[in-house]
Design a protein around this ligand. Structure first.
Ligand code: TYD
Length: 138
């Protein structure tokens, strides 16, 4: 699975301020069924899981943080520090968020409603799932 895709939102600025937009077929890669956001964050990292099927799009609408993406083969840490850029969190990509700025608001758009059964919270299980799906050709 690709580690992530970067999506640059459309910015419409005028003397009144900036309007930032993404819609299906122009920035939004899936239909959104749920949104949530993280705020009042501290030095404790979050995430530490992957999803079997859920597609997500993350954007720091205020402040900044780092996200580690890990697909079992490659790992990359990316700093999210622009409210005009979103990163996809693809299915079966382990992710960890850390180094939140004090004012960080981390917004996530999700393709499905919350379903704990879709989480892989154990890293060894994650690696096992990756290697068994690559053995079966999926
Ligand atoms: P968790 O997924 O552990 O947060 P993070 O990935 O940011 O570390 O979620 C924290 C708690 O919130 C956990 O009990 C599940 C619950 N939760 C919901 O009820 N609905 C949701 O949409 C999400 C994302 C989490």
């Amino acid at each position: 699975m690709k580690l992530y895709d970067e999506i640059n939102f459309t910015r419409i600025g005028d003397e009144r301020g900036v309007l930032t937009v993404a819609e299906l077929k122009n920035g939004l890669p899936f239909e959104v069924k749920r949104i949530y956001f993280l705020s009042d964050l501290n030095e404790i990292p979050r995430g530490f899981h992957a999803h079997y099927t859920l597609k997500q799009l993350a954007v720091c609408i205020q402040g900044s943080c780092d996200i580690l993406f890990d697909n079992g083969a490659d790992k990359k840490v990316v700093t999210l520090d622009s409210r005009h850029v979103g990163l996809t969190i693809n299915p079966m990509v382990w992710h960890e968020m850390r180094n939140f700025s004090e004012d960080c608001i981390f917004l996530v758009l999700a393709s499905e409603c919350y379903e704990e059964a879709d989480y892989v919270r154990d890293y060894d299980l994650f690696l096992n799932c990756i290697s068994s799906s690559s053995l079966s050709g999926h």
